[in-house]
Write a protein that binds this ligand. Structure first.
Ligand code: ADP
Ligand code: GLC
Length: 474
């Protein structure tokens, strides 16, 4: 079975967040099941792409309204990937240093999707399944089914995975002419709330819709940034499948990015070495428990309340350290930076994106805080567990599916609200737990043994693919 994933991110080619981790790991695990899985994504102007070996396998042009964009399909083969990656190179449109946040993101998303389909129509053997990820590739099911140039692809089953329904990629109807000729009676399949909504269109037109945890699927029916009714209506073709993690990339025993590798037999010592490095680097005290946050500094992650959490925590006690790694909302960044001097020696922040530092923090921190308002799955808590760290999470989305409170015989600390009070209360619980080193160390080991590998979920996707292919053959 040939599967093609279409995505705007894939680790290590280009990463902004968890979408990249998923698209960089799931295909590997699918190939272990003897599927033939590859991915297609934009060619970015970044170090990984520039240093990779590629061959040009196809050249053509797409038409976006009045403008023609020549493009090539680059085949990237790297033994580290575990699957073939195809990159759509389109000079001036896609080859930018960053993945998102350009004024013409709409054009870039549509241009990418047109090039992907344009290329697939030329293949002798088209994929058996096209698996789209998030709104950036959400128009593909519609384009394949209802537009004239891609009608050959109409019978290929499509799957759409929603990684985050907050982002839907809406565009106004004055950009409708970017799409190739289609049956205008079907225009409603593009629409949600009087604009073209790629995520909504994907939900309507894909053969199956998945999201990244069972609980988020339930939540989406009530809270989906305006798509609740649609998701209720399409309930029968929707399913929540819990993400996994790539346990080879994320293995404290072999991770080349951490300061000291460790396994079950030397977890306490190994973590301490990493913690000492962090404390030296960020002027913190390794004798006190370390609470860290890693992530995008946006409202969904509860990042806006971090400054108040820091103020309140140090009001309660000075016997802890807090470290933040992230970037995002400029106001939050400023507030976090402004606290550096006030709480010097016990608090620090690194504003930016740093993959290596994130690995060291998962390894060296004692607790990882995730006060998310919205968390479709969340990978950080699973990385934390794998590295013997105790997650402190709000019970929401995938966090609810993956972390059980120590009070319920579990292994993490959970609270109900994204509020300063709730998080500070959880920090207090963490401080208390830390004083009982015997229990704390038992938890560290226990957490490392929890299996969150993709092996647990990969077969669920296979079941979906098989059922769709059967449907197609009937
Ligand atoms: P989301 O995709 O919503 O950002 P996830 O928990 O699924 O959240 O995944 C976030 C991924 O991005 C993790 O791999 C996390 O370690 C990484 N990450 C987030 N912010 C940073 C940062 N500033 N530096 C390094 N890695 C980061
Ligand atoms: C999204 C979600 C996050 C999830 C990730 C991977 O970015 O915000 O919760 O873990 O996708 O599916």
């Amino acid at each position: 079975m040939n599967i093609l994933h279409t995505s705007f991110e894939c680790y290590p080619v280009a990463k902004v967040g968890g979408l990249a981790d998923v698209v960089g790991a799931l295909p590997k695990y699918q190939n272990n099941l003897n599927l033939n899985t590859s991915i297609i994504m934009p060619f970015y102007d970044n170090q990984f792409v520039k240093n990779s070996k590629q061959i040009t396998i196809y050249k053509s042009t797409i038409q976006l309204g009045e403008i023609s964009y020549p493009y090539t399909i680059q085949e990237l083969k790297s033994p580290d990937l575990g699957f073939t990656a195809y990159l759509v190179y389109s000079n001036g449109l896609l080859d930018r240093p960053n993945v998102y946040n350009y004024e013409d993101d709409t054009e870039r998303c549509i241009g990418f999707q047109l090039a992907v389909l344009d290329w697939i129509t030329t293949l002798d053997k088209a994929p058996d399944i096209i698996h789209c990820h998030d709104h950036h590739t959400g128009l593909i099911p519609f384009l394949m089914t209802y537009t004239t140039p891609y009608s050959r692809l109409r019978n290929i089953p499509t799957v759409l995975t929603i990684h985050n329904a907050q982002y839907q990629g809406q565009l106004s109807y004055d950009k409708l002419h970017y799409l190739p000729d289609f049956d205008k009676e079907k225009i409603g399949l593009l629409d949600w709330d009087n604009c073209i909504n790629p995520l909504a269109s994907g939900i309507k037109c894909a053969w199956r819709v998945t999201t990244v945890s069972p609980n988020y699927m339930v939540e989406l029916q009530k809270k989906a940034n305006g798509l609740e009714r649609l998701l209720q209506h399409e309930n029968n073709k929707c399913i929540g499948i819990l993400n996994g993690i790539d346990t080879k990339t994320w293995d404290p025993e072999t991770d080349p990015m951490v300061i000291k590798n460790y396994g079950l037999s030397n977890v306490a010592l190994g973590k301490l070495e990493n913690k000492k490095w962090i404390c030296k680097h960020f002027n913190l005290d390794s004798n006190k428990p370390l609470f860290s946050f890693i992530g995008r500094l946006v409202g969904e992650k509860g990042a806006d309340i971090l400054p108040d959490i820091i103020e309140q925590s140090f009001n309660d006690t000075t016997d802890i350290n807090i470290l933040i790694l992230g970037s995002g909302n400029p106001e939050t960044e400023e507030r976090l930076k402004s606290l550096q001097e006030k709480f010097s020696g016990m608090y620090n922040v690194f504003i930016g994106y740093d993959e290596k530092l994130s690995h060291i923090i998962y390894a060296g921190t004692d607790y990882l805080i995730m006060p998310s308002r919205v968390e479709p799955c969340g990978l950080n808590q699973m990385y934390a567990l794998r590295y013997g760290t105790i997650p402190i999470v709000r019970r929401t989305g995938g966090l609810k599916d993956t972390v059980i409170d120590i009070g319920d015989n579990g292994f993490g600390i959970c609270h109900n609200n994204t509020s300063v009070w709730d998080v500070c209360h959880s920090i207090q619980r963490g401080i208390k737990l830390y004083t009982n080193q015997e229990k704390y160390k038992e938890l560290q080991k226990n957490n490392m043994k929890i299996d969150h590998s993709w092996d647990r979920s990969v077969s669920k996707y296979l079941t979906i693919y098989e059922s769709l292919i059967q449907k197609h053959d009937q």
